[in-house]
Design a protein around this ligand. Structure first.
Ligand code: SAM
Length: 335
């Protein structure tokens, strides 16, 4: 168990079996297996392939807020300019998309930044769906459905910028040290049972000069009463998130892992409009799921998920949690 330097939110209560790595991963599996169809159908993931919040700052008219989030973080990661192909003749960036969901980030980064992405996921189904989306995207955009080999040299004759996806637990990543220019964790870090260990495990995989980009929910102010504490718990439980850590924890843990702080930003205000859109489904979905659950037609996860949809917005607005964007850099010069 990691310590919590801020002292505000302990990562794991001693003896709390529900927070053991095994229990956390079992819940994550169950949650995503139960809700993947809903993401595809109701969240627009079939279209944009993302499973994260949108980012409304400077959102071009008609553009996708979820794509806007990815593009904003791509800039923090130094993509495409830092490593990309192009007139400078630099090699493509190697990106590890840790907790890749259904591939939205990798597919976009491959297409728009010329990056070579490998997405890893605990849930095999997500890796399969992401592969299908990447192949369809490659066919549509005229790039080959060729798969990058993140740990091997890129064949020089491949045109375009592919993305490939495999089932791999990000707490035991199957890659050699210094394999990646960018490690990317968009709303996947919150699922790490031990968040300091996660950062410690990722740091060696970065090349010198490489960047670790994380965007996710983090702990905010403490709930002021039992009702607030309960709604916050229902929110975390409904999305199978074991716990949040604080901004201060992140800084401390990244530094301990030998990384330098390049960027820390609270982007709650940019995420709130999208959180509100998700929240608006709550008053419809909660009674409906309650009814279905009472009739025994859906599992408990579906009902919990409905409560999370409902509670995520007020708890974010009240500051009980915050949305953060982080970029940490490994010392040294990018080769
Ligand atoms: C909310 S989704 C975000 C997906 C994607 N990053 C996006 O932005 O669309 C969280 C993802 O993290 C994955 N995940 C959670 N724990 C993981 C682990 N231990 N190893 C790999 N992936 C994990 C989940 O399976 C899920 O696909």
């Amino acid at each position: 168990m990691s310590s919590s330097p801020s002292g505000t939110v302990p990562q794991t209560a001693v003896g709390d079996e529900s927070q053991s790595a095994h229990a956390v991963k079992t819940r994550i599996h169950r949650y995503f297996e139960d809700t993947t169809k809903d993401y595809l159908k109701y969240y627009g993931t079939r279209k944009h392939h993302h499973m994260h919040y949108g980012f409304d700052r400077n959102l071009p008219k008609g553009a996708s807020p979820t794509g806007n989030m990815t593009r904003y973080l791509a800039k923090l990661a130094g993509l495409p300019s830092a490593y990309s192909t192009g007139s400078e003749g630099l090699r493509p960036a190697r990106v590890l998309d840790a907790g890749c969901g259904m591939g939205g980030s990798s597919i976009l980064l491959a297409r728009e930044s010329g990056a070579w992405c490998v997405g890893i996921n605990l849930v095999e189904l997500h890796a399969h769906i992401a592969t299908a989306f990447a192949n369809a995207d490659a066919a549509k955009w005229g790039t080959p459905a060729e798969t990058p080999r993140a740990v091997r040299p890129a064949p020089s004759d491949i045109v375009g910028s592919p993305a490939r996806f495999v089932a791999n637990d990000y707490t035991t990543p199957a890659f050699k040290p210094e394999s990646f220019d960018v490690i990317w964790a968009l709303e996947s870090f919150c699922y790490a049972p031990d968040k300091e260990a996660w950062i410690r495990g990722m740091a060696p995989l970065l090349k010198p000069g490489g960047r670790l980009v994380i965007a996710d929910g983090f702990s905010g102010r403490a709930p002021v009463n039992a009702a607030e504490a309960r709604t916050f718990d229902l929110f975390l439980k409904g999305w199978a998130v074991p716990h949040f850590c604080s901004f201060e924890d992140m800084k401390t843990w990244a530094t301990r892992a030998g990384l330098e702080v390049a960027h820390i930003e609270d982007i709650t205000a940019d995420v709130l409009p999208h959180a509100w859109k998700i929240f608006r489904l709550g008053p419809l979905i909660v009674p409906w799921r309650l009814l279905l659950r009472t009739l025994g037609l859906v599992g408990e996860e579906k009902l919990h998920n409905a409560w999370a949809i409902y509670h995520q917005y007020p708890t974010l607005k009240k500051g009980i949690w915050r949305y953060g964007a982080f970029c940490f850099q490994k010392p040294g010069k990018a080769a």
